[in-house]
Design a protein around this ligand. Sequence first.
Ligand code: NAP
Length: 315
Amino acid sequence: MSDNQYEIAIVGAGPAGLSAALYAGRSMVKTIVLERGATGGQLWNTAEVDNFPGLPDTTGPELAQRFEEHAKKFGAEFVYGNVTKIAREGDGFLLTTDDETTYHADAVIVTVGGEARKLGVPGEEELSGMGVSYCAVCDGAFFKDVPIAVVGGGDSALEEGEYLTRFGSKVYLIHRRDKFRASPSLVEHFDASDKTEKVLNSVVEEIVGDGKVTGLRVKNTETGEVRELAVDAVFPFVGFTPHSAIFDGDLVETDESGHILTDQKMETKTPGLFAAGDVRSQFTRQISNAVGDATIAALAAAAHVTEVKRAATPA
Ligand code: NAP
């Protein structure tokens, strides 16, 4: 086997990639994990985690570290790499990174997740890092005793909004409807704080500021009324765009939002190519189901590798 030849290549090292690494390592297949950012992925952007079974009271960063230590125990090799292309190479795969390093693998597990969706309003890009942030854990502490706005009505907005009450003097939640995607318990927690205020049926038209955020122009979709809300920070949590555009040709099928379709083994339409975690099309995106799906993907990928070797062995 050449230096860059592996049996399984895992792309991404969030909860799904780390779980896949753990199971692939334990299956005794030669495994590499390629990650371009911090090991732990989105866990680093998550404040409190209270829904991972067995760990009722942990934080994203703590869980990231524990996942990493555990995954490394079983022998997978971890390498920095920003994979920009995955292509077919015979019955296996060729992975190329942005510095043109190539890796060969019999099977690939794609666990690349995605990134925060943007609001796409004036001021958002210009004031990014100057009051506009997509990570409450990273930036919340910069906004002590000042008003903060969170945008969105899903689990992230409600959970991170509640977390931000420990810093801000007030946390506005701006949501375009009056119903929430977020689980009722998260809405309840958010409402329990006397620092929170919901601004419903409202959309952000502009983030205002010069060098730093000073406010938001918010429009009520029912009355058409536009008001300016004085805040020092805006945290949009309006969903997620999957990183599913790294495949050469039509190796995978995606749903209408770009998430990768798989079968129950987490295998895409290309044999030997698997996907798990937030990049995969699924009902919900929890840490626990990323872990479970990655377990399936790793065991199925290891079985695929065995099958490839058996087929290549002369009778
Ligand atoms: P999400 O569930 O897709 O929610 C996105 C929210 O943003 C929705 O309320 C949506 O409004 C709103 N929105 C979308 N585009 C918008 C726009 N352009 N302007 C204003 N509002 C907009 O995303 P998420 O909260 O990031 O969660 C993603 C996944 O991770 C979910 O499956 C979630 O359950 C999971 N998650 C779980 C936890 C946890 O269990 N602790 C924590 C975080 C995330 P509409 O409702 O009107 O569409």
